[in-house]
Design a binder for this molecule. Structure first.
Ligand SMILES: [Mg+2]
Length: 301
């Protein structure tokens, strides 16, 4: 028997061994329980889609729209402004920190923010809640601006009339932003005409085009200081109005709540004479500066 024959015999023996082995295994399987029948996984639990009732903006927006208390706060803010107006006109000084010389000898002007200071945009917020749009949507906002349908904040119209009676220039500085719009081809800032029309329609005018300054116009940034600088070239700013800290002075989003409190405390005299805040619980820097999750900023003591 040569080597090749030996190899063939060995291979044959291996095949027999394997075959008997598989027979033995088969014999053990016969005694085992039958393999489990494949069962379809249970259906995923139905999770209710978050609706308007779950929207964190719901209460604040209802407060803006339904609370007589909010209307009264706004009216009281403007009534307080009317009480302070004679002294603001008479006493030297400026409500703009940028006007370091006090604006002596210049005619008076008052600076107003627009949104949630003289115009109420809560219907836009309500639409976002009802449509489930959780993040700010520039397209939806621009649609709202184009409707020119915002109503005045309580007390604003009467106070602006009082300013005009006193020959105070009324300037609106807003962070409504200039953006081209498909329906207004060729106009780099259709939002300017929209806002002008809205202000005039509700009795906050007549607004001269140069008395409404938008973000992006003339390259103006969101910081309102450069626009205040424009006004102080020719006028003394006697009072400032806004729902945000930054309507009065430059602050950044890096300034946390404690820093903002310290900055505010440094200008107690202006808060008590020339700066008027309009309440806005629905959005703003006050909430933007809180770290996520914002529930971590709740105080329990
Ligand atoms: Mg505002």
């Amino acid at each position: 028997m040569n080597m090749r024959s030996i190899r063939v015999l060995l291979l044959a023996a291996s095949a027999v061994a394997l075959s008997s082995c598989s027979i033995n295994i088969g014999a053990r399987d016969d005694k085992a329980p039958p393999p489990p029948v494949a069962v379809a996984p249970p259906p995923a639990p139905v999770v209710a889609k978050p609706g308007p009732e779950d929207d964190p903006r719901l209460l604040a927006t209802l407060y803006m729209q339904q609370a007589e208390e909010l209307r009264r706060l706004s009216k009281q803010a403007y009534a307080l402004a009317a009480v302070r107006l004679p002294a603001a006109l008479k006493k030297p000084g400026s409500s703009a920190l940028e006007q370091t010389d006090g604006g002596k000898g210049k005619p008076p002007a008052a600076i107003f923010d627009v949104d949630e200071t003289v115009l109420d945009n809560s219907p836009h917020q309500a639409r976002a809640i009802l449509s489930g749009t959780r993040n700010f949507d520039l397209g939806q906002w621009d649609e709202w601006v184009g409707e020119r349908a915002a109503t005045p904040m309580a007390g604003a119209v009467d106070f602006v009339k009082e300013l005009r009676r006193n020959k105070v220039r009324v300037v609106y500085i807003t962070n409504r932003e200039c953006r081209p719009r498909a329906t207004n081809p060729g106009d780099p800032c259709p939002q300017h005409a929209d806002t002008l029309a809205n202000l005039n329609a509700v009795g906050l005018g007549p607004v001269a085009p140069e008395d409404l300054m938008l973000k992006g116009q003339n390259g103006w940034p969101s910081d309102k200081a450069p626009r205040r600088q424009e006004v102080i070239k020719t006028h003394r700013i006697i009072m400032s109005f806004g729902d945000q800290f930054s309507d009065m002075m430059s602050v950044t989003r890096k300034d946390d709540s404690a820093t903002r409190a310290r900055i505010a405390a440094a200008h107690e005299d202006l808060w008590n004479t020339r700066w008027i805040v309009i309440p806005n619980p629905t959005y703003g820097q006050w909430v933007d500066v809180l770290p996520e999750p914002i529930s971590g900023s709740l105080r329990t003591k």
